[in-house]
Design a protein around this ligand. Structure first.
Ligand code: TMP
Length: 208
């Protein structure tokens, strides 16, 4: 992997934990500290990856083979990495990404039941050792996420999953935070926005 100078921050969590609002907050904090920030998301972030995202999220196609889902996530990631993330880091910009590799282990792994070793093989193939410098995991009980999610209206192909699916996703995220405490900061996202953002600001100043 080519040496990089910017930092790569990812934000993870189940649906409805407040990722979008807090992503903007993180970008604002970094910009206030003088960093040039690229905000992006997965699946997506390039024209091709956004088209793959549309296929992945559309409920209209009905079910999708789990291998197809996993491969499309990584196909989108490969394009995103090559066209957006690596060039930004090499310019010295800071990248703030809404979801990344941990989501594949949480959703395709724990959620859909795919083996970690298969995901790890694709991780090695596509990321070649690149890891986020910091991952902020917004964690909230499944009931809070499903309630906030339900309030949003139209559901995509993931949002229609049953409560046990999201319980497995959450557990996997928490497990990864336990396994990689130096990279993943678990933040309790069940409190007020002000409380959550105060915790995020502390993590940013302590870890970066
Ligand atoms: P979003 O709603 O946070 O934008 O993400 C879209 C959906 O994609 C979300 O339900 C989680 C899912 N997802 C995966 O299943 N695996 C992945 O690797 C990524 C990046 C997202």
């Amino acid at each position: 992997m080519t040496a990089t100078t910017g930092k790569f921050i990812t934000v993870e969590g189940s649906e409805g934990v407040g990722k979008s609002t807090n992503l903007q907050f993180i970008a604002d904090c970094l910009q206030a500290a003088g960093k040039t920030v690229v905000m992006t998301r997965e699946p997506g972030g390039t024209p091709i990856a956004e088209q793959i995202r549309d296929v992945l999220l559309a409920s209209a196609y009905g079910s999708m083979a789990t291998q197809c889902e996993l491969l499309l996530m990584f196909a989108a990631r490969a394009d995103h990495l090559g066209q957006v993330i690596l060039p930004a880091l090499q310019r010295g910009d800071w990248v703030v990404c809404d979801r990344f590799i941990d989501a594949s282990y949480a959703y395709q792994g724990a959620g859909r039941g795919m083996a970690d070793r298969d995901i790890a093989a694709l991780e090695q193939f596509v990321l070649q050792g690149l890891k986020p410098d910091l991952t902020i995991l917004l964690d909230a009980p499944a009931e809070i996420s499903t309630a906030r999610c339900g309030a949003r209206g139209v559901s995509d192909r993931f949002e229609v999953e049953e409560a046990e699916f999201f319980a497995r996703v959450r557990e996997k995220y928490r497990q990864r935070a336990t396994d990689e405490p130096a990279r993943i900061a678990l933040i309790d996202a069940s409190g007020s926005l002000a409380e959550v953002q105060a915790k995020i600001a502390t993590v940013l100043s302590e870890r970066l």
